[in-house]
Each structure stands twice: as C-alpha cells, then as structure tokens.
Design a protein around this ligand. Sequence first.
Ligand SMILES: Nc1ncnc2c1ncn2[C@@H]1O[C@H](COP(=O)(O)OP(=O)(O)OP(=O)(O)O)[C@@H](O)[C@H]1O
Ligand SMILES: [Mg+2]
Length: 311
Amino acid sequence: MPAVSSGAGRRLLVVTGKGGVGKSTVVAALGLAAAARGLRSIVVEVSGRADVARLLGGRAAERMEEVELRPGLRHVTIERRDAAAEYLREQSPGPIPGGILARSQAFGLFVAATPGLAELLSIGKVRELTRSPRRAAGRPGYDLVILDAPASGHALALLEAPETFAAVARVGPVARQAREIDQALRDPAFTAVVAVAAAEQMAVSETLALRETLSAKLGCELDRVIVNRVLDTPFTQRDLAALRRAEGVEDDALRSARWLHARATSQLEQIARLRAGLDGIACETLPFMFCDELGGDELDRLAGLAGAWLP
Ligand SMILES: Nc1ncnc2c1ncn2[C@@H]1O[C@H](COP(=O)(O)OP(=O)(O)OP(=O)(O)O)[C@@H](O)[C@H]1O
Ligand SMILES: [Mg+2]
C-alpha cells in the first residue's frame, strides 16, 4: 500500500463519500480556499449536476462551459454525452465530424450500453482539465482541479474505468490514453482522494469500506477524511453536572441541552471508531453550521478551515 503522502504538487482532488454527507459543501469550501490562496482552480461536477455552482451563486451555465464563479475559481459541469462529443471532436478529424457522430442516436446508445465508457469519458475530461497547457488551444490551465465526485460506489466506478478500458483495449490510442489516465489517478503525487463522512454509524462504515475498496482495486490510499457537520458541545463539566442534577425535570431548554449532549457524545464515539479504522490517515472535522441554509458567511468559515487541507 503506498505511503500516505504529504500532498505537495497535487493537481487533482477527488472528493467522494456517502450520499448527502456534504461532499458538494466541502468542495465549495475547498474551491473558495484554493482561490483565496491564489491557485487557479476549477470545480468539476459530473452527470449534469451543478450543486457547487448553485451553492456559490453561479449562473446557470452551458454544460462543459468553464464559468468563473470567483476570481481564480471556475466551475464546469460534465455530462457524458458532451464529454464524448468533445473527445470525438478532438480525436477524429476524419470525414464524419465528431460532434455529429456524438449527437447521433446510435452513438448515444453505444455509450450507454458499453459498461464504463461513460465513466471513462467523464474522468478523461477531468484529466484533460488538469493539463497545462490544455489540449485545445486558448483554454485556461489550472493549478488545481477539484472533482465533486458521486457517492462512494459510483466514484470508484469512475476511478476504475481507465484501467478496465486499458485492459480490454490492450493496444491502440484508447488503451494508451486510458493507461495514461489510470497512472495519473493512481499517482499519489498527482491525485488525492478525499472522503467526506458524517459522524454516524452508516457513514463511518461506508468510509472504512471505501478505504478498503480503493486500496484493493486501485492500490490507492485515501489522502484524508473530512468528518462534516460535527457538533461542538458547548457544555462545561459544571453544565453537565447541572444537567445530571436536573434529571427528571422536563422543559424545552433542558430537552434541547440533553439532545445536543447525547448527539455530540455519539458523534465523538463514531469519530473515534473512524480514526481507529483509518490507521493514521488524517481525519479532520468541520463544524455543524446552525443556519436555515448555508450561505456566503458559513461557506467562508468552512473555507477558512478547509484551506489547511489543500495540497
Ligand atoms: N457543515 C455543515 N453544517 C450544516 N449543514 C451542512 C453542512 N455541510 C452540509 N450541510 C447541509 O447538508 C446537506 C447536504 O449537503 P451536500 O449537498 O453538500 O451533500 P452531498 O454529499 O454533496 O450530497 P449528494 O450526495 O446529494 O451530492 C445540505 O442541505 C447542506 O446545506
Ligand atoms: Mg453533492
């Protein structure tokens, strides 16, 4: 198993984790932190999603359009059909223009019916974004590409696709390109896979399973785990003693205090379980933000914390 590296020189951050744990929020925070540090960065979302763009108040963009969200921070949404069209445009100067081929129904069916092809095209586009200079002239180069990857299982399919294709194709340009993408993804000096987790039983189990599968299938180690929405118990030992003395007394404030303490305690237990299973992989926490909806202030605060975990 490769050593957990310090992260210097990385260009690609792959952020994954269980559904709903806060991947997009963490990606937004990392993107803001990267831009604040002066890195030319881009956040990438796949499968036509634009959750991070929405969080950061970005305008609705054409798919594959690299839109500026903040000075130094761009966003792009990759949809497999568009990734296919772009790939064909760049690779096939032949008699049928790639765009026409990619829009054809037969090609759409072919992409949908070939296991892993959609994933290969999407991750291939992500790899292209990390190049500097870019394949197509006139496109900006980036210091850091942050992928808001799908939930763990689908993220693994995305990361595994290049190797699968390289093995099947064996020779020729597709095999060569797939192998090159695979190498970049497995190179801990280039790619960091970050897992977002929640301090809950299922999310912790899924994070530990993700670590094992990543290691077994890709020979990669998680770069770090970020436990999101961690409750900070405001209670001192004296408060807790007072709470115990008030056992049996029922009022709303006491009920809330007991609930908060019980939740925070259970979270600490889950974080301890997670840390024990991670064998020394960095495990960070982000606080639960008490608000109706995360806005600019909350994201800035999360970005201030997440900045320390940038490559
Ligand atoms: N630190 C936090 N404090 C409070 N609420 C948070 C925090 N992080 C995320 N949330 C909220 O949790 C919900 C899920 O967050 P988010 O959309 O980032 O998760 P996700 O993992 O990207 O979800 P999906 O798997 O659907 O892509 C959102 O309502 C978000 O506002
Ligand atoms: Mg998301």
